[in-house]
Structures are given as C-alpha cells and as structure tokens.
Design a protein around this ligand. Structure first.
Ligand code: PGA
Length: 240
C-alpha cells in the first residue's frame, strides 16, 4: 500500500481525480468503481471540470457502484443512484446504461446480489475503485463483524453508521437499516484501489486500518490487496 498525506480535502480530491483521469485517458473503455458519501464529492467535481474543459471523455467508460440502501428507488433523493446521477452521471457524457448501482427496490434482493456479482465479473472488476472509509472502519456497507460476507450481499447497518448517515436524512429514524453492498472480495476484484479519508472523524479508522488486519476493521483487509493507494488529509492521518 502506498500512502499520501495531503494538506487539504481539495488536494486529496485532486490527487485521486488525477489517477482516475489517467485511467480514463489511457483506457477509455475502463470500468470505474465508484462510491457515494461526502468523501468522493470533490473528486467528482474535479472530473466534471476536466470533462467540461474537453480533457476527459466518459463515452466508452462503464461504472460499478459499491452499495445502495434497501427500499429506496433511484428517484428517491437519498438513494445512491440519485446521488450518482446528480453528482456525476448527469454532468458528464457517460452512457447511463453502462452505469451500475445496486437496485434498492429489487424484488428478490438475494437473487439481485448474485446477478450484481456476475455483472462485476462480466466487466472484469473495476480498473480503478474509489473507496471512502466509515468512522467505524467500514468499506461500502461491510460493517465491522467477526465474519464478513465476501461477495455482494444484503446487510444490516450498525448504529454507528446509521448515526453517521443521519445527517443526510430528516431524522435518524428515516435512515434505512439495510443495504445491498459489494463484499470485500467483490472490491478486491478491482485492479487498483484508491482509499480516501479526510477529517478528524476518520483518524481512528485510518489508524485501525494500518495497525493490523481484522474483520473488526474491514478497511484493514485492503492491506492485502496488491495495488492500493491511501490518500488522507492531515487530520485523517493525525493518529498514525
Ligand atoms: P463519508 O462516508 O464519505 O460520507 O464520510 C464514507 C463511508 O461511510 O464509507
């Protein structure tokens, strides 16, 4: 794993956007592994800016997203499909048919999960996968536990995640308690992984991630992947 500490969130986002943009330029039909939440917003802003300047072309690219809340459809403004459309897909020339976000309204979630995993395999995994890290060390919705489900699956959110995500909802009671998420093995199918963390609230998770490998900190498993870049701002790196 390679580590980079940047002065600010802006610099963290720009460094990650540079890696992604190099990927798109060198392999226009690449598969982008994408994430939601506050962390990647700066990357998406930067990519949109370069697209508008004519430096990036997404027309041959495909994408796979990490997760989605169970019970929310893509028109719900709290869904991750809605987030992706608003923060990236509607603002660049990616073909939406080539974008994949788990379906929170799938009639049979378990069978949907198997199909989603097949889709990841069909695409050959992500060429480059962006990951935020939860305050509790989760990746996607792979929450700390004694056992982790390796492939795409249905999962329950921990109280810590519900609390952290409540800021996006009218109240904590509105946060869905279940989600569909890629598993750690699905994520490991990526050829390159960029893990991002900013702010003091992520400092403990970054420390735990680098301290030793444990399913109690799913992010720590990333130390086993051969091509991971960790980019943190100063605050997130302050306890290492
Ligand atoms: P955040 O969430 O980017 O909104 O901090 C990251 C995560 O929980 O995985």
């Amino acid at each position: 794993m390679r580590y980079f500490e940047t002065d600010t969130y802006y610099h963290m986002s720009r460094m990650a956007a540079n890696i992604i943009s190099a990927q798109i330029i060198t392999k226009p039909d690449c598969v982008l592994g994408l994430a939601t939440g506050s962390t990647p917003i700066g990357i998406y802003k930067q990519l949109i800016e370069w697209y508008k300047k004519g430096d990036l072309d997404f027309s041959d690219a495909a994408s796979i997203n990490l997760d989605e809340y169970l019970g929310l459809d893509g028109t719900n403004d709290q869904s991750y499909r809605y987030f992706m459309n608003k923060n990236l897909f509607d603002r660049v020339n990616i073909n939406k048919e080539n974008t994949n976000v788990p379906d929170g309204k799938a009639e049979n979630a378990e069978s949907f999960c198997r199909k989603y995993e097949d889709k990841i395999d069909e695409l050959g995994g992500a060429d480059v996968q962006i990951l935020g890290i939860g305050r509790n060390g989760h990746i996607g919705f792979n929450e700390p536990d004694s056992v982790l489900v390796p492939t795409t699956h249905l999962t329950s959110l921990t109280e810590s995640t519900v609390e952290a995500n409540a800021r996006f909802f009218a109240s904590e009671a509105d946060v869905p308690r279940h989600a569909i998420t890629m598993g750690m093995r699905s994520i490991f199918k990526a050829k390159k992984i960029i893990v991002l963390a900013n702010g003091e609230s992520k400092a403990d998770a970054v420390k735990a991630m680098l301290e030793g490998i444990s399913t109690k900190c799913p992010a720590s498993l990333l130390c086993l992947h051969p091509n991971v870049v960790l980019i943190c701002d100063k605050a997130a790196y302050s306890k290492v």
